[in-house]
Write a protein of this length. Structure first.
Length: 457
């Protein structure tokens, strides 16, 4: 563990304070309660038409995602014994909620690579939806991570096919939108197929967004949202990233058949199953970043929100952020600035690589760019508390971090090159460890710029 000076520790504590403010602002339980209200027998959902509950024989709750447990608890807290039952699939270890659930079952499954538990849970959900009638109300709680947690292979495919395709997409640098276009076309529940299964029931989908643009059709691959993508779009993603040799033959055959019109497309906006449904966005990264900006103002910083849709390759995104950090650090107004951004970058992994995640990789790359800039500190973390397949949320660095790693016989350049940021960041004591936060609105980056010496002038 490297020693740090008092100023570094103070600024790192401020960064953690700001990150916590962002997380608190998108608490899933609070977010759902903010859009749901019950007046005797009438349920109101944000600004939509009221739902008279006496008109329904049953109310069931289904869902998937890392924020599923607190979202389910919030729905139970509003409707209590009116709920007939439900199943919500969450990532293993993400079962924390403000209290015990009485009417809704939580199933744990693997993420980001799907497993048999997720498939079994998804089949149980689908059976529940298929038994819904026109006098039933389905409330769906959907959040980031749901694509992996609801793996239900389309006819002719296996879970192993879906696993292999997911892993290929995760490592190729595809955007979340591109990944989910493919996932929707090899699934029996994604891409609006859950809505089709539930028809003619009334469906209320409550969403916490983990995708740039907050498109309901992309969040968890849009199980209850109309899909405008096609088999041709899915095939184009495979071709763009040259994944033909890494995608199982069964998946390739299905996409080819779909492109030839031999398999029905996912349901589009005009399909009847969407006529009795609504999508309600409960929390986004904009809400999280604005909360962090308000907290920065309280700490004496001038907050600047750069973007809430940072995307693309993590290396390019880091350089884009650094250019803006550098520009603000060169201002002569002597203000203390807090620069904020959010979104989701991608990582293009080589076949042989180490352990890490996009936030740790960004922080490590930023440490190199900030080397010897003593007035800047930087944090990049996943709001779900998990950066890639690791046990940390991300990392924070300052102008001394790179040199400390070199002095400690760590090779940060090699860590960047070999995509093993976890070990380098861990050895330098730069990790941010939160545990599961029970929410998920993508990643947040925060840079603090203090007036003072900049050793690189």
């Amino acid at each position: 563990m490297f020693m740090r000076d008092t100023n570094s520790l103070q600024n790192w504590n401020k960064l953690l304070d700001l990150f916590n403010a962002a997380i608190d602002a998108v608490n899933p339980c609070v977010a759902v309660r903010n859009v749901l209200s019950l007046d005797q027998t009438t349920l109101s959902v944000q600004d939509s038409r009221p739902y008279v509950l006496d008109r329904y024989d049953r109310i069931c709750v289904v869902g998937c995602g890392k924020a599923g447990a607190p979202m389910a608890f919030a729905v139970e807290d509003v409707l209590h014994e009116r709920i007939s039952g439900g199943i919500v699939t969450v990532k293993s270890g993400h079962t924390r909620a403000p209290g015990d659930l009485q009417r809704i079952r939580l199933d744990e499954a693997a993420h980001p690579t799907p497993d048999e538990r997720g498939e079994e849970s998804c089949r149980a959900v689908l059976r529940m939806l298929e038994h819904a009638s026109g006098r039933d109300l389905v409330i769906a709680v959907i959040s980031g991570g749901g694509s992996a947690l609801w793996p239900l292979p389309a006819a002719g495919l296996t879970l192993q096919d879906e696993q292999a395709t997911t892993n290929a997409l995760l490592g190729c640098g595809a955007s979340i939108q591109e990944m989910n276009i493919v996932r929707k076309h090899i699934s029996a529940i994604k891409g609006g197929l859950a809505a089709r299964a539930a028809h003619p029931a009334t469906v209320i989908a409550l969403l916490i967004s983990d995708v740039p643009g907050n498109d309901p059709a992309t969040i968890a691959s849009g199980p209850f949202a109309a899909d405008v993508s096609t088999f041709n779009d899915a095939r184009a993603v495979i071709d763009k990233y040259k994944l033909a040799s890494r995608v199982p033959p069964g998946v390739q055959k299905r996409l080819q058949q779909g492109c030839a019109g031999l398999i029905e497309e996912t349901p589009g906006p005009q399909e009847a199953c969407f006529s009795r449904g609504m999508q309600c966005l409960c929390a986004t990264n904009e809400i999280a970043v604005r909360a962090a900006a308000r907290r920065a103002g309280q700490l004496g910083y001038e907050p600047v929100i750069l973007t809430t849709s940072i995307a693309g390759d993590v290396r390019d995104a880091t350089e884009w952020l650094f250019a803006r950090i550098h520009a603000y650090s060169q201002r002569c107004d002597r203000r203390r600035y807090c620069l904020l951004s959010a979104g989701e970058t991608t990582v293009n992994l080589p076949q042989i690589h180490g352990r890490g995640g996009r936030n740790q990789h960004m922080a490590l790359a930023m440490a190199k760019l900030l080397c010897n800039r003593s007035n800047i500190t930087f944090l990049s973390c996943g709001t779900d508390g998990t950066d890639g397949p690791t046990d940390v949320a991300g990392a924070l660095v300052d102008g001394h971090s790179w040199k400390r790693m070199l002095d400690g016989s760590i090779s940060p350049d090699a860590a960047l090159e070999n995509h093993c940021s976890y070990d380098a960041v861990r050895a330098a004591g730069l990790h941010v460890i939160t545990g599961p936060t029970a929410t998920n609105v993508m990643d947040v980056q925060i840079a603090l710029i203090d007036p003072g010496s900049d050793l690189r002038g």
